[in-house]
Write a protein that binds this ligand. Structure first.
Ligand SMILES: Cc1cc2nc3c(=O)[nH]c(=O)nc-3n(C[C@H](O)[C@H](O)[C@H](O)COP(=O)(O)OP(=O)(O)OC[C@H]3O[C@@H](n4cnc5c(N)ncnc54)[C@H](O)[C@@H]3O)c2cc1C
Length: 453
């Protein structure tokens, strides 16, 4: 087995790994990025492909353009289960061609010196003592195995979590996923019979009957095709999403042609707070591998890019100090939690609440304004569910028909604020991690009990 050395090895060229490479390509570090897929398929994974414009602005990443951009988005239309209430939540975004955009980031990184190996799979980490020292890889193009030694390995392998889950379980970064904290999602891209009206609006349909614990989406990709699919909560014994897809496609996408399928496929998506630490000795985990998806809407490309940015920042810090241990890489956690993770932690609770509601509760809550469009925007942007005193009084009157729903909403808002606070006070050093984790576990357990009452 040939032995080679790099400063950093990134496993996975999806949007998380590609953005890390893109940010690091300006640093002069010696970087290797590997992906199991051939070049032409990197970035191609089951996804709704909708990304908020704000993420590109925040991070200074280039906007998708040309073939990378399939539709500019102006907002989302959200429908109640009985379809009687329609909310419009304004917000700019892009419906992207994910392989084309991801490959653009990789191409720009490669032009600046990042080494990219496609058709190359990481088979396992190289661990010495309690430190990750590199990765074993197999390159199918050359039919050759390598031992790649590096100061830092970045696990950007998506749901496969190919590196960190092979680490000794004493390393906190090896944390596993519980099935109920994930959705199984399925989507197809179909041609439409007629021109799609208002392609600049994404549509989301809530229905526990047609997508238990998740939702249906209809995301136009221009005027004559759309990405349509659904997610359902995993680990609950529900039939697989394809069953619901066949059964309800006509209800939500009557204008699409089921025999004109351009792409199809499904995947798992974690819908929880981020992994308790994204950094350990010689290793970082980012993107889906580190559970960075928004727990409520399931969007994960923007937050994967944020985690890529934070990884690049932590890596540069570590090379400045020469400390590649958990402490030297700790800025990864502080950066991500400040920018997105604290919000995810509070949305994890909101998600648990939403998944327990019945269609009749949701119809009632949406039509009576127990929750409003503005709340939804505030919740999804910042993870805050504020109920002001005047608001509460109004909602009490409106919620008289469902007092228990109103009480629960109040509990949820209180716990969401507590969870966010707990994440904002994330430990500044690895030694304090276990104590902080115990507080998190206790808060989430308390919340689950309060919700059952
Ligand atoms: C059906 C569905 C719909 C979704 N809709 C949206 C949406 O509309 N908007 C949104 O923002 N998010 C959406 N998401 C979530 C989003 O797709 C992910 O959060 C995001 O793509 C994660 O990017 P990533 O780079 O972390 O992982 P991935 O894109 O999965 O990339 C991981 C890469 O690692 C490679 N890899 C894995 N193991 C190895 C190994 N051992 N060696 C080498 N390479 C390896 C894989 O080949 C892959 O290229 C959706 C998810 C699903 C399932």
């Amino acid at each position: 087995m040939e032995r080679v050395s790099f400063d950093v090895v990134i496993v996975g060229g999806g949007v998380a790994g590609a953005s890390t490479a893109w940010f690091l390509s300006k640093t002069g570090l010696k970087i290797l990025l590997i992906d199991s897929k051939p070049w032409s398929r990197i970035g191609d994974k089951p996804c709704g492909d909708a990304v908020s414009k704000g993420h590109f602005d925040e991070l200074g990443l280039p906007y998708p353009e040309g073939e990378q951009l399939e539709q500019k988005i102006e907002g989302i239309k959200l429908y109640s289960p009985d379809m009687k209430t329609e909310w419009i939540v304004k917000g700019e975004g892009f419906e992207i061609n994910a392989p084309a955009y991801t490959q653009r980031l990789l191409k720009e990184s490669s032009d600046k010196g990042v080494t990219i190996m496609d058709l190359t799979t990481a088979s396992g980490p190289i661990v010495e003592g309690n430190f990750v020292k590199g990765i074993k890889i197999f390159n199918r193009r050359e039919n050759k195995e390598y031992e790649v030694y590096s100061k830092i390995v970045v696990d950007a392998s998506g749901n496969a979590r190919s590196v960190r889950t092979k680490l000794p379980s004493e390393m906190p970064i090896a944390e596993q996923l519980e099935r109920k904290d994930a959705d199984v999602a399925y989507r197809e891209v179909l041609l439409s019979r007629d021109e799609i009206s208002e392609p600049e609006y994404l549509k989301i349909f809530i229905s526990q009957k047609a997508s238990p614990g998740g939702y249906w989406w209809y995301f136009p990709k221009g005027k004559n095709k759309a990405n349509v699919g659904l997610g359902i909560q995993d680990g609950m014994g529900y039939p697989n999403p394809h069953y619901y897809y066949e059964k309800y496609l006509k209800t939500y996408a009557e204008d699409l042609l089921p025999d004109k399928v351009l792409v199809k496929g499904g995947a798992l998506v974690a819908t929880r707070r981020p992994i308790s630490t994204m950094a350990w000795n010689g290793i970082l985990a980012i993107g889906d591998s580190a559970f960075t998806v928004n727990p409520v809407h399931g969007g994960g490309k923007g937050s994967a890019m944020i985690s890529g940015y934070c990884a690049s920042r932590a890596i540069m810090n570590a090379f400045e100090t020469g400390n590649f241990g958990a402490e030297g890489l700790w800025d990864m956690n502080l950066c991500y939690i400040e920018r997105y993770g604290a919000k995810q932690a509070s949305l994890d609770l909101f998600r648990r609440f939403l998944q327990k509601l019945s269609d009749s509760d949701i119809n009632y809550g949406m039509s009576k304004g127990l929750i409003k469009e503005d709340d939804l925007l505030e919740v999804s942007t910042y993870g805050n569910l504020h109920l002001s005193t005047a608001d509460k009084a109004m909602r009490v009157i409106m919620g008289l028909g469902r007092p228990s729903l109103l009480v629960k909403l109040k509990i949820v808002a209180e716990y969401m604020a507590k969870a966010k606070q707990l994440y904002i006070s994330y430990p500044k050093k690895p030694e304090l991690l276990e104590t902080w984790k115990a507080s998190v576990t206790s808060l989430y357990n308390e919340f689950n009990i309060a919700l059952e009452k």
